[in-house]
Design a protein around this ligand. Structure first.
Ligand SMILES: C[S@@+](CC[C@H](N)C(=O)[O-])C[C@H]1O[C@@H](n2cnc3c(N)ncnc32)[C@H](O)[C@@H]1O
Length: 293
């Protein structure tokens, strides 16, 4: 794995958090655990399947993500150690929302928590199931999920909520989270604000993986508060993958939490709760609870 910066060029409007975040993470991590071909764990049959093509965008980079994204979830695990684990009993039920390829779910399961994963991308979930076969993973939309189980905690890490780009999406997702939590349950998540999209993330990068070179570039339109990521494999290596994110500032996040019936406990700059480097820039880590314990 090697990564070359875009020679520091600021090719605005190509900014992007996702791409640079991915590239930095890939640079900082090594291939440790390729997904195996293990059989899938059964998903909750009642979970609605996502039909929106916009949700399927991770499919084209699922293998890349699965192979190279193990460092950042390890960092976030340490954040959860400070913010969440002391609130949980051993074996507590934890939902990993927007779980991606299951890196964090694997770590939580390793700690003895009864983890369920949920992600809109079937391809990401396939990797997650292969990574931790004993964990159930559901393919569903964070904005409108309904699982049979309830949870003592829900986690949603590494800008999962920034992928909710539509008007009212945050509130819908938070309302789904509130329904999934037991009274007194805890919701820990992070969201990126403008400092992230306007910050060091505007660098472009190239990433080499498995013999393919990927150009990773992003953009940010401040007026629309919309960010995007384009990951372009060299010729013959597949299609360009575009992922969109919305900039969610703390005030909007807090408002959506309140409207969904969740109570904000803390909102901390990521650097204050243990994230480092580019992963911490412009990122706020929230702890909220479902009242009524
Ligand atoms: C940056 S990845 C984060 C993965 C994981 N949370 C982690 O920390 O490694 C974002 C994930 O959100 C998922 N996602 C995006 N929109 C979603 C939605 N509406 N519902 C559920 N998952 C979604 C994507 O498929 C992707 O796996």
């Amino acid at each position: 794995m090697e990564r070359r910066d875009g020679e520091g060029k600021d090719d605005r409007p190509a900014t992007g958090l996702g791409p640079v975040q991915l590239a930095v993470a890939w640079l900082e991590t090594r291939i440790r655990r390729p997904a195996s071909g293990s059989p899938a764990a059964p998903a909750d049959k009642k979970v609605p399947r996502s039909t929106s093509s916009a949700l399927a965008t991770y499919g084209g980079i699922a293998t890349l993500h699965s192979r190279h994204w193990d460092g950042p979830p390890r960092e976030f695990f340490r954040v959860l150690d400070h913010l969440l684990f002391e609130r949980l009993r051993p074996g507590a039920r934890v939902l990993d929302l927007c779980c991606g390829a299951g890196h964090l779910a694997a770590a939580l399961a390793e700690c003895g928590y009864a983890v369920t994963g949920l992600d809109a991308s079937l391809e990401m979930v396939r990797h997650a199931r292969a990574r931790v076969p004993r964990v159930p993973f559901a393919v569903a939309d964070a904005r409108a999920f309904s699982l049979r189980a309830v949870f003592d905690a829900v986690v949603c890490t590494f800008d999962g909520v920034n992928h909710l780009t539509g008007r009212g999406d945050l509130r819908s997702a938070f309302a789904s989270v509130a329904r999934a939590l037991v009274p007194g349950g805890t919701f820990v998540f992070d969201a990126l604000g403008e400092a992230a999209y306007e910050g060091p993330w505007r660098r472009s990068a190239t990433v080499a993986s498995e013999g393919t070179l990927y150009a990773v570039r992003g953009g940010y339109a401040p007026a629309r508060r919309l960010a995007w990521t384009e990951i372009s494999p060299a010729r013959g290596g597949g299609n360009v993958v575009r992922i969109e994110q919305r900039c969610h500032e703390p005030r909007a996040v807090e408002d959506a939490l309140t409207r969904a019936g969740l109570a904000l406990a803390t909102a901390s700059p990521a650097s204050a709760v243990g994230l480092t480097g580019d992963l911490a820039v412009g990122r706020t880590v929230y702890v909220a609870t479902r009242p009524g314990a």
